[in-house]
Design a protein around this ligand. Structure first.
Ligand SMILES: NC(=O)c1ccc[n+]([C@@H]2O[C@H](COP(=O)([O-])OP(=O)(O)OC[C@H]3O[C@@H](n4cnc5c(N)ncnc54)[C@H](O)[C@@H]3O)[C@@H](O)[C@H]2O)c1
Length: 701
């Protein structure tokens, strides 16, 4: 029966099986059932030993996260107490683990006296990734079992480890090749017959004693994780709880762990991280592209243009194990592009993150060419030539001639009209945008841009390709900048206006960094290079509406040949060979001159003014995008911002964050800013509607 723990007697051994498809999640009902079955086995005199196993696909995937949003029902079974009972059992308890043991499931296994696992099993404590911690003894049993430092890695790392690694670390006792459950039953029976003392993790002291004289372990670990854990509460709470193994008696530490678990579970950060988890899964759901949509198999790919993006895209494809042919327009450009690819791989090898053999295998999958015909067999071709519409149209017309009729033709354009590019071919239904982010071999986001005629099959195939490349593909519609950059423009524009009104780049960058983004807009611009967007702005200048405020600061900086890091100067200056941005008095003067020219009296801008002024307009633009149907869900926008721009996961993305701030607050502020600073800040109709209804973006269908 689903949602239960079954009880089977195998002579004198009780076999308890967690049975709650699809992952045997520990819902309230399952916890109660586990408690009852354990009690039954303990009370049954004919039972001498117990085996706990999982039904079907796995041992246990952990708690049911969906239950976190509501308070537990009255009298709900308390997992830590059940696990204490399992551990204290005088009858040996053996965990027979297959598939996955994660989170609460892993904690069940930790409470058993022996852990046997099948080959291919993955095990770990990923709670931290959801903004919580292992709250059923995990922070106490794991360190006692495998040692403090290893336990910190397992708990704060939050990864699922292959069984071999778990065995080496010591939280699996044996990997069983044969029949797992039979072996576990035999082992349990033998333990009962031997009557030898049982190994109870909470009673182990050896590792704690070894760490007693070294309290610095914890601060060292905090320092080590500081960069990656910046802004997150849960990793620090995990370390604090592991530290109590040395400072509190077990029972007290367990109580403390539970209290911290509850605090984290109720926190905005955990809600945000849970939202992120579900939103990442939801992006795959496309209403008019149902699961049954046929998907073309992609066995080989082509890339056109081996520049910054094309090179990174080719690497991503090769990294995923697919052969890729890279087409360039000249031998020099091809050599240059391939040399950069080789250099990038070599850098990863020298950091020890890739073996030489892996590098060679990946490089061998990339075939450089100058001949269009070599793309004839590719199942998908991704174009990444210069951002010029006539050029892209010409490239697509040529591809249409040489590529097999069923091949998908994708463009990596960041601003151009995918429909106009598709119109240059005889197969617009097989044309789509695949907007990668730089560096394309690292960044996980792909905005997959659906043109007016893109077919469901093409969409389904490219969404699957994103997955195959280890990326998160989010389907978006055609508009200027698509979803991410269109919102970025709205934020950057206001940042520039704040400069005219009195702020400095380093102040805005600091506030945005402290909010949790990896860098502010000006450091980001210097990193990306200022010249490309300058060229775009110049091209757009004749059509710029005169009534809309426009800041000339960025143009003035470019006019001085300051294009960012690559020229040693941009919004900041850089010392030779360094990427450290240094505030530059020349830029301060340039900004002050612009303010004076525009007749703006500079004033002190408080840090508190910067987030609403920059990020509310970003959210406002997101509301317009949602209303225009260019993103399917607010959660899709959040995924774009977390994976494409480093919006902090503990804030759940801009739309989730906006819901937490309250759309009423954002709407009222936007209305006021609109009155004070003009047209760009007009509140989006959807924002107004939701604010008036007291709703959030999560409630938009
Ligand atoms: N750089 C970014 O951060 C970024 C991010 C997302 C999307 N994009 C988009 O990706 C595309 C490429 O940008 P990039 O930054 O890699 O530019 P890039 O200038 O680094 O590379 C473009 C490459 O295309 C090659 N090329 C030009 N014409 C060609 C042709 N007819 N046939 C084959 N190759 C040709 C050039 O030799 C050059 O190597 C653009 O559409 C751009 O808007 C860029």
């Amino acid at each position: 029966m689903p949602g239960s723990v079954t009880f089977e007697r195998h002579d004198d051994v009780a076999l308890l099986r967690l049975d709650n498809p699809p992952v045997n999640g520990l819902s309230f009902a399952m916890r109660a059932a586990l408690g009852e079955r354990v009690a039954q086995a303990l009370a049954d005199e004919a039972v001498k030993a117990i085996v706990i196993a999982g039904a079907d696909r796995m041992f246990c995937g952990g708690a049911d996260i969906r239950e976190f949003s509501a308070p537990p029902p009255p009298g709900a079974a308390h997992l830590p107490a059940i696990l204490d009972e399992i551990e204290a059992s005088p009858k040996p308890v053996v965990a027979a683990i297959h598939g996955v043991a994660a989170g609460g499931g892993m904690e069940v296994a930790l409470a058993c006296h022996v852990r046997l696992a099948a080959p291919g099993t993955r095990l770990g404590l990923p709670e931290v990734t959801l903004g919580i911690l292992p709250g059923a003894g995990g922070t106490q049993r794991m360190p006692r079992l495998i040692g403090i430092e290893k336990a910190l890695d397992v708990i704060v790392g939050g990864k699922l480890h292959p069984v071999e690694k778990a065995l080496a670390l010591g939280f699996v006792d044996e990997c069983v090749e044969g029949d797992l459950v039979e072996t576990a039953i035999a082992r349990a029976r033998r333990l009962a017959a031997d009557g030898a003392p049982l190994r109870r993790a909470s009673k182990l002291t050896e590792h704690l004693e070894a760490a007693l004289g070294r309290p610095e372990i914890f601060d060292d670990f905090r320092k080590k994780m500081a960069k990656r854990a910046r802004g997150f509460d849960a990793p620090y709470a995990c370390v604090d709880c592991v530290e109590t193994t040395l400072t509190m008696p077990y029972a007290e530490a367990l109580k403390n762990e539970r209290a911290v678990f509850h605090r984290l579970r109720e926190s905005d950060q955990s809600a945000a991280q849970r939202h992120a988890f579900f939103a990442e899964r939801e992006v795959a759901k496309i209403p008019d592209v149902p699961k049954a949509t046929p998907v073309r198999s992609i066995a080989s790919a082509g890339v056109v243009g081996c520049g910054t993006m094309g090179g990174g895209i080719a690497m991503s494809i090769a990294n995923a194990g697919l052969p890729v042919t890279v087409l360039e327009s000249s031998p020099e450009a091809l050599d240059r592009g391939m040399a950069i690819i080789r250099r990038n791989y070599a850098a990863t090898v020298s950091k020890g993150r890739l073996s030489q053999a892996q590098m060679d295998a990946r490089l061998a999958r990339i075939t450089p060419t100058l001949d269009d015909a070599d793309l004839g067999a590719a199942d998908v071709v991704i174009e990444a030539v210069f951002e010029e519409l006539p050029l892209k149209k010409e490239v697509f017309a040529r591809l249409d001639l040489v590529c097999k009729p069923e091949a998908i033709l994708a463009t990596n354009t960041s601003t151009l009209d995918v429909d106009a590019i598709a119109a240059a071919t005889s197969r617009p239904e097989r044309v789509i945008g695949t907007h990668f982010f730089s560096p394309a071999n690292v960044m996980k986001l792909m905005e997959n841009v659906r043109g007016a005629r893109t077919s469901p099959e093409t969409i389904a195939t490219v969404m699957k390709l994103s997955k195959k490349l280890g990326k998160v593909g989010v389907l978006v519609g055609v508009c200027d900048g698509f979803v991410g950059n269109r919102m970025l423009y709205a934020y950057r524009r206001q940042a520039d206006f704040l400069l005219e009104e009195g702020a400095l780049p380093e102040q805005i960058d600091r506030v945005i960094y402290d909010f949790g983004l990896p860098m502010g807009p000006y450091q980001m611009a210097d990193l990306a290079g200022l010249d490309v967007s300058w060229r775009v702005r110049k091209a757009q200048a004749p059509n710029r509406p005169a009534h809309l405020r426009y800041s000339p600061i960025a143009d003035r900086i470019c006019e001085q040949g300051r294009y960012g890091q690559k020229t040693g100067a941009g919004w900041y200056r850089y010392e030779e060979g360094s990427r450290l941005p240094i505030p530059d008095p020349a830029i301060h003067e340039l900004i002050a001159n612009v303010s004076a020219e525009l007749g703006i009296e500079r004033r002190a801008i408080s840090d508190d003014e910067i987030i609403p002024r920059c990020l509310y307009p970003l959210v406002n633009e997101g509301a317009k995008i949602l209303d225009e149907g260019l993103a399917l869900r607010a959660g899709d926008i959040d995924v774009i911002w977390m994976h494409g721009y480093g919006f902090p996961r503990y804030r759940g993305g801009p739309m989730f964050w906006a819901d937490l701030v309250g759309l009423r607050t954002i709407y009222d502020t936007m209305s006021r800013l609109h009155d004070e600073h003009g047209e760009w800040l007009a509140p989006a109709p959807l924002l107004k509607r939701l604010a008036e209804q007291g709703k959030g973006f999560r409630e938009v269908d």
